[in-house]
Design a protein. Structure first.
Length: 78
């Protein structure tokens, strides 16, 4: 079974209710706010955030949310 991660832009909290209504009853969907903004990680230095992808950032800003397909786990496919 495929799983999905829905990320909501921090400046679009209005989308949480709508997306939760649409996807909330589906166990294969997780909904989270974008936690990257303003986040500092000790010891990271000048390395870029591993969760940053330019095309995803642009889509998140434009639409206010992203849907990312996550690989199915072995336990979930049994």
């Amino acid at each position: 079974m495929e799983r999905y991660l829905v990320i909501i832009a921090r400046d679009r909290p209005d989308l949480l209710g709508r997306l939760a209504t649409i996807y909330g009853q589906k166990g294969e969907v997780e909904i989270h706010f974008d936690r990257r903004q303003g986040q500092t990680v000790a010891g990271r230095g000048n390395r870029p955030d591993r969760r940053t992808a330019a095309h995803r950032d642009a889509d998140l800003q434009r639409r206010g949310f992203l849907v990312i397909r996550r690989p199915a786990t072995a336990a979930a496919s049994r």
